[in-house]
Design a protein around this ligand. Sequence first.
Ligand code: KG4
Ligand code: ZN
Length: 340
Amino acid sequence: MQASNYYILGIESSCDDTAAAVLSNGKVLSNCIANQEIHKRYGGVVPELASRAHQSNIVPVVDQALLKAGIKKEQLHAIAYTQGPGLLGSLLVGSSFAKSLALGLNIPLFAVNHMQAHLLAAFIDHPQQQAPKFPFIGVTLSGGHTQIVLCRNHFEMEVVGETQDDAIGEAFDKCGKILGLPYPAGPILDKYAQKGRADAYPFPIPKMPDLNISYSGIKTAFLNFINQNQQKNPDFINQNLVDICASLQYCLVENIFRKIKKAVATHKINTVVIGGGVSANSEIRRRLLSQADSAGWEVHLPPFEFTTDNAAMIGIVGYLKRLQENPSFLDAVADARLKF
Ligand code: KG4
Ligand code: ZN
């Protein structure tokens, strides 16, 4: 039987953000994140340091989420946590904590797939979004994944195309590093790009079969381009930063955008839902909205707070699972390579 307020605690710890959120019947009451600043020093996530930081952050973040939501842990009806994919050490901290708390409170526990959650964030009850109708083309755009997913219902999702090497977020971050930008470079590169000319420097778009995609070639071409220009002019980056960023961003987005168009045509489905950190990107949003105008696509862009890793998206999957399936057992194990 459904309680009038079904409180669910979401816990996310797959990479370098420790996050906790409380939802009531699909509405977010709190969405708290402790970012791990320590990785900035190394220009990328150091797995061992990430799991240690999760250990110190998890109790305060969960406490803060409950406090902000105005409820006590005894009022929770269920807990949802990220089972995978992600860094194993990081996943183990969140999953052990979630299991212990669920056991202690004697409430159901839901194991959630992080990539499914990026797409199912579209079902969070939020004034800026309306739930999409099935079937739709889901596109995961994150630091570790770039996938085109045929979503038949909440839990029937089939990956129909994906990157064969780097993820789009990884390409943003690595190219940003070449420019001397701090980690994660994606959002900073996006800011500079908005002030520059996207046609200043044409970078090659790889040709990949079907709905698969590649980003490693663009990264190498970009590195060579920067090296060659710096040999001629050591101040090349500083003098042309906004145009370099705009041209690179255009190319990184165009690469996936061609595949989204192809997926829409191949599967004859014109509802498109994007998720993951790079779904915050201004260029991908602009391109999708323009496609909605010119080709009648129904486009679902997540509110910014649900783009990068967060626990609200984990909580909503727990809530949807609760409506559809039985809770997972305590012996569900963290899985670094969990598939859809
Ligand atoms: O989904 P997410 O938070 O973590 C993973 O599951 O990987 O994605 C993080 C990625 C990083 O690569 C970050 O640079 C990128 O999302 N990102 C962006 C923007 N905001 C975040 N990339 C381009 N433009 C943005 N505005
Ligand atoms: Zn993610």
